[in-house]
Design a protein. Structure first.
Length: 168
């Protein structure tokens, strides 16, 4: 754990909300120099606090680029000395896996997988994931529609008047 300055925390908050913002704009907001902003961002990148700058693309709006996303609940037997880490590492190395989390609750790992078809994902589960030593069971949930991702509204009219209609 690293203790950060107020300037560093402010830069992180700004970048998290608007990752495409210029250093000049950040400097103006925080009343510091552009060079100082660049220096602090470089430090945060070097320390792997800033891991990446996401660009969110809705591939399903592009003909021929549609994707199927599944969230898979995985129950595993933890291994002596390494717990869940070794199994998790085997799973996250597959290119189909876009995210992997250790969870509390009824299952151990939550795996997000992307593919071109449901069959492609089904084959991944049956031929790659389920046969890993230590995997007890899997439950696959296919995403039907994405409304919001990483604080960004994908589907719907975010500008629409959301007030409830009240009638006497």
């Amino acid at each position: 754990m690293v203790k950060l300055s107020a300037e560093e925390l402010n830069i992180l908050a700004i970048l998290e909300e608007k990752h495409h913002i210029s250093n000049e704009s950040i400097a103006m907001q925080l009343n510091i120099t552009e060079e100082k902003v660049q220096q602090l961002i470089q430090k945060l990148e070097n320390e792997k606090i800033i891991v990446s700058y996401p660009t969110l693309i809705d591939w399903n709006k592009i003909e021929g680029k549609e994707t199927v996303v599944a969230m898979i609940d995985v129950k595993v037997t933890p291994q002596r000395g390494v717990g869940f880490d070794e199994i998790a590492e085997r799973i996250y190395r597959y290119p189909e896996v876009s995210s992997l989390y250790l969870m509390s609750g009824t299952y151990d790992l939550s795996v997000t997988v992307e593919g071109r078809t449901m069959k492609e994902i089904a084959l991944f589960v049956s031929k790659k994931l389920a046969i890993i030593e230590g995997v007890i069971s899997t439950t696959t949930h296919f995403m039907l529609k994405k409304y919001k991702h990483d604080h960004v509204i994908i589907e719907g009219n975010e500008d629409k008047d959301r007030r409830m209609v009240v009638t006497p």
